[in-house]
Ligand binder design. Structure first.
Ligand SMILES: [Zn+2]
Length: 209
């Protein structure tokens, strides 16, 4: 198994590459930026990209998806609740003072309960609205791994003050969907260091009481 997470772009979004050396297939999660670098990693490992999975429609997570699709032919998956975020791409770019990346509607929606990923390393889609309406987490149960997007961070939670954000909803999503996972589950958040479900359950100040 090849599993690499590295920050991309000015907001340092965590991009993840998961590959299976046996089949030569890979998925990429959240190619927000630095698509050339992502492509180089795939080529270096001799991997063919099968799916581009996007945890939500914010520019720093989805910004490079279409470019990566054009380079590799892989389809883009994004929850349909975040089509409204794609429609706001120009505004999102203006807030950051960066160029507006070209985006396109996803090839498929990441619907709750759906299984995506590789045959050897499948992931279940957990719809976790609150940071945005289409925010999802990807639970790779056999790997004891959750890719959480901007819903849950080490010691923090995603902001809810942007369009589509809802504080009560993100708290409910985390309690009902993410804290339902086993304590030993590793959490790769959308930004910053990794954590575990157990550590967040015990010490995340936003999740007490
Ligand atoms: Zn975000």
């Amino acid at each position: 198994m090849i599993l690499e997470t590295f920050p991309v772009g000015p907001l340092q979004c965590n991009c993840t590459i998961l590959g299976d050396e046996q089949t030569g297939e890979a998925i990429v999660i959240d190619p927000g930026e630095e698509v050339g670098r992502i492509q180089k990693r795939l080529v270096a490992h001799g991997l063919k990209l099968k799916q581009i999975l996007v945890t939500h429609g914010h520019i720093d997570h989805v910004g490079g998806a279409l470019k990566l699709k054009r380079l590799t032919g892989a389809p883009i998956y994004l929850n349909e609740g975040d089509l409204e975020q794609l429609a706001l791409m120009q505004e999102q770019a203006n807030w950051l003072g960066v160029e507006t990346p070209e985006t396109a509607p996803p090839d498929e929606s990441l619907a709750d309960g759906m299984t995506v990923g590789l045959a050897a390393y499948p992931a279940q889609v957990l719809h976790t609205p609150g940071h945005t309406q289409g925010s999802i987490g990807l639970h790779f149960a056999p790997l004891k791994l959750l890719v959480a997007g901007d819903t849950l961070f080490a010691g923090s939670i995603g902001r809810t003050d942007l369009p589509g954000g809802n504080y009560d909803q993100i708290i409910d999503s985390i309690h009902s969907r993410l804290l339902a996972l086993p304590d030993e589950t590793k959490v790769v958040p959308g930004h910053g260091p990794a954590s575990t479900i157990g550590a967040e359950r015990r010490s995340n100040p936003f999740l007490r009481g």
